[in-house]
Design a protein around this ligand. Structure first.
Ligand SMILES: *Cc1c(COP(=O)(O)O)cnc(C)c1O
Length: 378
């Protein structure tokens, strides 16, 4: 099945009982049992719910995994995956991971004894150097947020195999439409489904897909024990979002390519970060491991004041956190999504006050470029 067909026909389609072409929203907490302990596959909705199960089956198919899991948020998915580890274990992570991932590792899970080292995973040698006797996993985001750095997934998977580590990938920015980390050697894929998977800025949700039966059993145990599950309404909205994932990702990408080129030639723009530009340091790796470069662009206008001016003038870019929806969004990572990262660390990473992040929507590209043009020249 080709990708465009897969997003429509993968998973569970329709309802066998009625012939409804969409999976119904099973708004129920519990299920009648035929006798004590004898049920029809469902006993309590924290453990399993038919709408959530349909979504889990769908994301499993899209990521080519063994089992899928839906959580109440991306952070719930990440935290649940981290519960696979024990006190005293150590994880090596990408240094510019999502701010919330950095926060949960350094302010919450550290208190439970899980150790973390953050390195620039775009250079595999940094990862090799940080592996210790208690290291249990490599955790990578690619492209990263907000600098769109690229990590070589095949190189990471080789390191993970050599040291018998779990290899975990946050695939939020690419989505399975462009990149399938499990096929490149990852063991677990995570999504903030709040972003492209939903695509309409109307759901907060997280997904995880695992490659083996053993991991599937362990993660289901955690999902059911810790209980950070996704409700049936939101599961339905994600299934609905996925059906147009191909159309949306193609449109985001075509717009983003044109806008990145435009910004790259603009005299007021100091630097553009977009993996689709041939000048981007990760361009060749991105091309090898993903079918597309995505819809996220960051660019530096040199100062906080210049960035504020652009923000104040744009009409079609909504000033908001989050990304990956049909409408274009604009943000200043240093003041918003990455504010929880200490300033010195932020600046060392390149997340300056003048850095603007765009989530390119699916509007007409000429309108978006004209809007940026008047905002930059204002
Ligand atoms: C938003 C985001 C998260 C967190 O997901 P939530 O749904 O907001 O909890 C994790 N990783 C990445 C890359 C994100 O963009």
């Amino acid at each position: 099945m080709k990708p465009k067909t897969k997003v429509i026909h993968a998973g569970i389609t329709g309802d066998a009982t009625t012939g409804a072409v969409t999976v119904p929203i099973y708004q129920t907490s519990t299920y009648e049992q035929d006798a004590a302990g004898v049920h029809r596959g469902y006993e309590y909705s924290r453990t399993k719910n038919p709408t959530r199960a349909a979504l889990e089956e769908l994301i499993k198919d899209l990521e080519n995994g063994e089992a899928g899991f839906a959580f109440a948020s991306g952070m719930a998915a990440i935290t649940s995956v981290m519960m696979l580890f024990n006190a005293g274990d150590h994880v090596v992570l990408t240094d510019d991971v999502y701010g919330g991932t950095f926060r949960v590792m350094t302010k919450v899970l550290n208190r439970l004894g899980l150790e973390a080292t953050f390195v620039d995973t775009s250079d595999p040698d940094n990862v090799k150097r940080s592996i210790r006797s208690n290291t249990r996993a490599i955790y990578v985001e690619t492209p990263t947020n907000p600098l769109l750095k690229i990590t070589d997934l095949r190189a990471m998977s080789a390191i993970a195999r050599e040291h018998q580590l779990l290899f975990i990938v946050d695939n939020t920015f690419s989505t399975p439409y462009w990149q399938q980390p499990l096929d490149l050697g990852a063991d677990i894929v995570i999504h903030s489904a709040t972003k492209y998977i939903s695509g309409h800025s109307d759901v907060v949700a997280g997904l995880a897909v695992v490659k083996t039966k053993e991991l599937a059993e362990r993660l289901h145990f955690i999902q059911n024990s810790a209980g950070a599950v996704l409700g049936p309404q939101d599961a339905y909205l994600l299934i609905r979002g996925i059906r147009t994932l191909a159309l949306r990702m193609e449109a985001h990408e075509a717009n983003a390519r044109a806008i990145a080129e435009y910004l790259n030639g603009h005299p007021k723009v100091k630097k553009v970060y977009y993996p689709g530009l041939s000048t981007h340091p990760g361009h060749d790796i991105a091309k090898r491991q993903a079918a597309g470069f995505g819809g996220m662009i960051s660019f530096d206008v040199g100062s906080g004041e210049a960035a504020d001016k652009v923000l104040a003038r744009v009409k079609y870019f909504t000033l908001a956190e989050s990304l990956g929806a049909v409408e274009s969004l604009i943000s200043i990572p240093a003041k918003m999504t990455h504010a929880s990262i200490p300033r010195d660390r932020r600046e060392a990473l390149g997340i300056t006050d003048g850095l603007i992040r765009l989530s390119i929507g699916v509007e007409d590209r000429d309108d978006l470029i004209a809007d940026l043009e008047q905002a930059l020249n204002g």
